[in-house]
Ligand binder design. Sequence first.
Ligand code: C5P
Length: 221
Amino acid sequence: EAAAVLAGRRLLLTAGPTVEDLDPVRYLGNRSSGRMGYAVAAEAQRLGMRVTLVSGPVNLPVPAGVERIAVRSAEQMLAAVTDRVAQSDLFIATAAVADFRPREASLEKIKKRGDGGLTLELVQNPDILAEVAARQDRPFVVGFAAETHEVERYARDKLERKRLDMIAANRVGEEGSGFDADCNALTVLWPEGRHEIARADKAQVARELLAVIAQRFRNRP
Ligand code: C5P
């Protein structure tokens, strides 16, 4: 049973979008609602885990008993994770981290100039999940992969490339699953196997995901 394996263990997870400021009033963001991550946090807490949730801006209540650290940007999310990762047994990355951020955020509101356009210069953000997985003293590392097509192939590639213990893949851009939906369905992959979690509400999917994680976590080297 999942609780027997996970109770008392420390879970660090990321959730929600990151937002990358362009100026004091504008940002680059994405459509992540944070609901899958918050559901995992709530279910893990129910199993008796000690849960720290590093979250981008979302409209969700903090699950009871969960410590939330609010951040905005990918760089802030990385800093919050780096501070706490050595004290965690399990790391789950559900956040939709922006791949790019503006090279610099303007201190003043960007103004229109004539009828010309505006070119934004973007630089790449750190990959928080890959950085955690590359650590010597790493926790058990679980990533997410949201894909629009060839879900399993891209997810398995990500599992190997980022050297994860497990990845949970879901199809996005489809009615009724993924971003901002009540329900989700996941294909969970690890180096030697796979498990399908059928479409259900996100609390149920989170419960099943933690059960699969518990099995692999117990058998980890
Ligand atoms: O490569 P891709 O962005 O599709 O990988 C998705 C996984 O990596 C998710 O678990 C996401 O939270 C994590 N990620 C991250 N930092 C990034 C990009 C993705 O932690 N900069």
